[in-house]
Design a protein around this ligand. Sequence first.
Ligand code: HEM
Length: 526
Amino acid sequence: MDGLYHLMVYILQRAILPVILIGITIYYFFFRHVRYPRNLPRLGAEEGISWEDIKKKFESDCLSVFEMAYQNYSKKDRSVLIPVFGPNEEILLPPSALNWLCKQPDSQISSLAAQIDAIQLGYSLGNKYAYDPWGGYVTKAALNSIMEYSYEAVYDEVRAAVDACLGTDTDTWKEIELFPTCRLIVGRATQRLTLGDSPSGNPLCQDQDYITSCYGVLDGMLEVAGYLANTRRPFWPIFGPWASRPMSKKIKDLVTHLKPLYEERMGMIRKGTEAGSQTPRDILQKILSYAVKERPQEAKSLDNITRRIAVLNFGTMHQTTITLHNLILNLIGSDVEYDTISALRGEVRDVLGDGEGAWSKTVLNNMVHADSLARETMRLHSFIGRTVQRLVIAPEGVVAPDGVRLPHGAMVSILAHQAQTDPETFEDPLTFQPFRFSRPRGQSKDVQSTFVSTSASYLGFSHGRHACPGRFLVDTELKMITAYLVREYDLEFPESYKKQRPQNQWFSGFGIPPLDAKIRIRRRKA
Ligand code: HEM
């Protein structure tokens, strides 16, 4: 009897998982699978290439898939379905639908739902950080005023971080790994703005272990997002928690670092001194003040506030680091032809004078060459391939301008890199020209525009009402770092690069810079 019981339990245990998986699969294919309309073309159908071959192509060479979609559909004002990373598909809308897409109400075509699917915060950090993203709203509202107040502090941090990473030896050239260096510099500068100065003295951003801990959480979030992007949606509830297992240790580590500052700041709020003249003006304070008033349970939990900071760091640090990495490679790579470094040195002298100068909005606006260098970097070396990514949540779907019904559950977007390198818009579009956007009017057909002004041909920060609000901070950090680097350092590539910038690669839909790139630097003599 006992044997029979154990046999039954054994069979049930062995069968239960396959039965659940088969059940989910049937449910997904019959009830949840996105039903694309017949009049939506599938990439490859008209070109005589099978869907499977296009899918394989996306994995090995996503840029050529984007290029085929752009030339054959986007340029002809037609939507098209393409395979993207893992088991997923996406509807690419043509650039002519950009303004229409940006104006769609969030209740029909949702930016937040797209972000939840792409970043997977629900699994890496918890559902409330995904579905109630008040930290982002608080940051969006407060960022510009905090920044204006913090120029000197952030520049101070940039100087200290660059000195610490590159050294101050004026006699010898030093070879450094560029990507980890960019991580540290961006990490410190960004955290100085996020956490400000501790009232008791030591800014936490100067603790290298803390910065490492921030990137530990960020990398963990990227791993969860990458893992789930490769998994079919109905299996997310099973594999999401599994993929997120390392997160709690990483968060705990961040909690340990943030604890003293959190207690200090909450103490100020409790005593009411927060309202006085000593009010710290940084993002942490805005977040804590909001939480105390609007989400009191969260305010009391250091773990919750730490997760809010982790979400924020994902926005502030990840793509900024990649952009700085690309920018420095472009600065050095374009120097032979455009004398980029000395042109920028001249600009820094003109705008800031020979001393440290005082940073302000006017100074930033006057750095037109540095601005152009950054915009040209985002144009040619953007990280994202598709932009204005949205999930259709209207139950009955939405009809796009070309008459195609975008069904419920479909992810839609617009190609960014192709629009930014279209020869109809840009002269010699695949060549990096650092001063493309700062040349006097009339010297080229490229429109003069700034780093922060988004448009149909500049989509790295997206466009419309959800366009990245952090781009003003990125602008500030990149200009400060560029100014300090060119003024204080000589920069070059290792000899083996033969003065050529190592190229970016496109895979999984993203433009990834060469993360093992090295540069040589030497401090300039005063
Ligand atoms: C080079 C660095 C960055 C790039 C390329 C970038 C790019 C983007 C993109 C493409 C979006 C999606 C917009 C949409 O859905 O239409 C976005 C949203 C957002 N970004 Fe950034 N970002 C960067 C840095 C930052 C920084 C430094 C911050 C914060 C200070 C930030 C805060 C945000 C927020 C809060 C949103 C959500 C906006 C909304 O949904 O309304 N980002 N960013």
